[in-house]
Write a protein that binds this ligand. Structure first.
Ligand SMILES: *Cc1c(COP(=O)(O)O)cnc(C)c1O
Length: 364
């Protein structure tokens, strides 16, 4: 060894977190603007009273509550009991991103292919690099959607360890449908794990959205990831989960760090699920504002993708300049150099502040 750290570490880009500047509005990290409900806070306080003890490493109560919620959804969609989700098909983690990292570790020996769409979530390539995997980044279609046909072809390579799908896609906000997903799963070898990241699931209002939970029994190589960070508003507590086959959950549990999900996070998520209807109703307001912001931007000449998430995407080769300009106006957004700018949909007042600021920048 010629240095303290792995040689390849120097080539791994650091994750760029959304910035915070006093006096500026932060619409850079797809967070919920409202603070937590009192029911959630009380549950956290009660749980913290027992923090001299380790948390339940298998998140038993939370997994049961998640299974309940998912099964209620399946029932509402009149699905047969084949689709019923058992708590043993759920793994809880310190944010869904940590579960993704573990999935890559569990499926990819060094040098194996991680197939992903690009541009997609900026954490994916970092996690692939850390696992010493080989990144296969399939460019999105010009409309910002995953090129599922090319991704399925890439998955045929016997060196493939895992395929990452993001729907709705961060940062383009674009989606694929249930039929698209089924067609994709039919083409991918059953020996390749497909991780479907549904962090923004609750904001998708297209009738064609994938009913992913219904596909788990037919496709044991499918896993679905969801999070409490977005629609449930618990980003600061770090809790997410995945749903898959019992075998996947068993194997994955071997690489999950013991006690990764803290007491407060588990208690908050259980409490949030008791407020589920009320918390998810807030997504309706975000969806309305998403429409309004998209229209307003198009009216003043900006190109904006069709987003089904809690953000909008402006493809821009001048992403850096636009981001810097908005920062000067005390509006913090997420720019991806040379590619585009992602803007989180917030309260009406903050969205207006953003629209006022961007109106002073040339649309074309
Ligand atoms: C925000 C986000 C997540 C959620 O990550 P957590 O670790 O659960 O906070 C996962 N995937 C994507 C694409 C995201 O944008």
């Amino acid at each position: 060894m010629t240095s303290l750290f792995r040689e390849d570490l120097s080539s791994i880009p650091a994750y760029v977190p959304g910035r915070t500047i006093p006096g500026a509005i932060k619409i850079a990290s797809n967070e919920v603007t409202d603070g937590p409900d009192k029911v959630v806070l009380d549950a956290v306080m009660a749980a913290v009273g027992g923090c001299n003890r380790y948390p339940d490493t298998s998140s038993t109560e939370l997994r049961a509550a998640i299974a309940n919620a998912l099964n209620r959804d399946l029932q509402a969609q009149n699905m047969s009991t084949d689709s019923h989700i058992a708590p043993t098909q759920i793994v809880v983690g310190n944010g869904s991103v940590s579960l993704l990292q573990h999935l890559i570790q569990a499926t990819c020996p060094a040098g194996a292919n991680v197939v992903m769409a690009w541009r997609s979530f900026e954490a994916y390539p970092i996690m692939g690099h850390v696992a010493q995997a080989n990144l296969v980044q399939v460019p999105n279609l010009p409309n910002g959607k995953h090129d599922l046909g090319t991704m399925a072809e890439a998955a045929q390579d016997p060196n493939t360890g895992i395929v990452l799908l993001c729907n709705p896609n961060n940062p383009t906000g674009e989606t694929f449908s249930h039929t698209d997903l089924v067609e994709f799963l039919q083409k991918v070898p059953s020996t390749v794990l497909v991780a479907l990241d549904e962090a923004y699931y609750h904001y998708n209002r297209l009738g064609t959205f994938p009913h992913s939970m219904e596909l788990l029994s037919a496709y044991p190589n499918l896993v679905v990831l969801r999070t409490f960070s977005k629609a449930y508003g618990l980003a600061g507590l770090r809790v997410g989960y995945l749903v898959g086959s019992e075998e996947t959950c068993r194997e994955l549990s071997k690489v999950v760090i013991p006690f990764a999900t803290g007491l407060a996070a588990q208690a908050a998520a259980v409490a949030a699920l008791t407020l589920r209807d009320q918390l998810l109703a807030r997504t309706d307001t975000i969806v309305e504002e998403r429409q309004r912001v998209t229209q307003a931007l198009r009216t003043i000449g900006f190109e904006v993708h069709n987003s089904e998430a809690n953000f909008v995407w402006l493809p821009r080769t001048d992403a850096q300049q636009l981001t810097d300009y908005l920062t000067e106006q005390k509006v913090l957004v997420r720019g991806f150099v040379g590619d585009g700018v992602r803007v989180t949909i917030s309260t009406r007042a903050e969205n207006d502040q953003f629209l006022d600021a961007i109106a002073g920048y040339p649309a074309i």
